[in-house]
Design a protein. Structure first.
Length: 106
């Protein structure tokens, strides 16, 4: 019984994570297309002089430019836009996310 509860919680966590990533990806795309695309063509991101070299620098550049544009994005917005760019262009490995263990819920 206990094992089936743990398996069920793991399935819910995996489903929630996938749904959240899809939602974040759509939000990141919307924010990027609304606020960034007028100056940033796709070519800008894949050119040889691209400054983003990993997930951390990609996120840093998104944070920097949203500040320059005075967009006042939240950390979640910055992550969503960086995630969108990463999924569609860069494909950098992302840091592992921490998922609560089922035994930590007791």
């Amino acid at each position: 019984m206990r094992l089936s509860i743990i398996a069920g919680l793991a399935l819910v966590a995996a489903t929630s994570t996938a749904t959240g990533q899809t939602r974040d990806s759509a939000r990141g795309r919307l924010l990027y297309e609304t606020h960034c695309i007028q100056c940033h063509t796709e070519q800008m991101h894949w050119r040889a002089a691209a400054r983003a070299r990993d997930w951390g620098t990609l996120r840093m550049w998104v944070q920097r430019w949203q500040g320059e544009a005075q967009l006042q994005w939240t950390e979640a917005d910055i992550d969503a836009v960086a995630g969108h760019l990463n999924e569609t262009i860069y494909r950098f490995p992302r840091p592992a996310t921490v998922v609560a263990r089922p035994d930590a819920l007791r």
